[in-house]
Write a protein that binds this ligand. Sequence first.
Ligand SMILES: [Fe+2]
Length: 125
Amino acid sequence: MGDFIWRPEFSVGDDHLDEQHRGLIELIDMLEDQSRMGEVLEKLEIYVDEHFRDEEGMLENAGYPDLAAHKRQHAAFEEWLTVSRRAFREPEVSSMLRESIRAYLKSWLINHIMVSDKDYSSWLD
Ligand SMILES: [Fe+2]
C-alpha cells in the first residue's frame, strides 16, 4: 500500500465514477514498483477509454454546461499518456520517468478529480 489511498472527499457522488477513480488511485499505487510501469501505462490506456467516455456520456446526458472545457482536460491527459507511452519505449527509461508519471497522476487527482470532476457532481442524479 502506497501513500495514496481513497478518501471520502474524492467522491463525485456517483458510485460508478467513484469506482473508476479508485482504480486510478490503485494505478498510482502500482507505480511504486518500477517493474510494473509498462503494465500501469497499458491500464491507463484502458482507463482513459472507459472512464473518460463514461464520464463524458453521463455529463452530456445531464446537460452539464462546462462539458467542452472538461473534455479538453481529458484530451490533455490523453496527449500526456501518448507521450509517456512513447518515452517508456525508449531503452534508457529510468526511475525519473516513473516519478514524473506518478507526479502527473497525483496532480491529476488533486487538480482534475478534486476540482473539475467535483464541479459536475451536483448535475448528476
Ligand atoms: Fe473528468
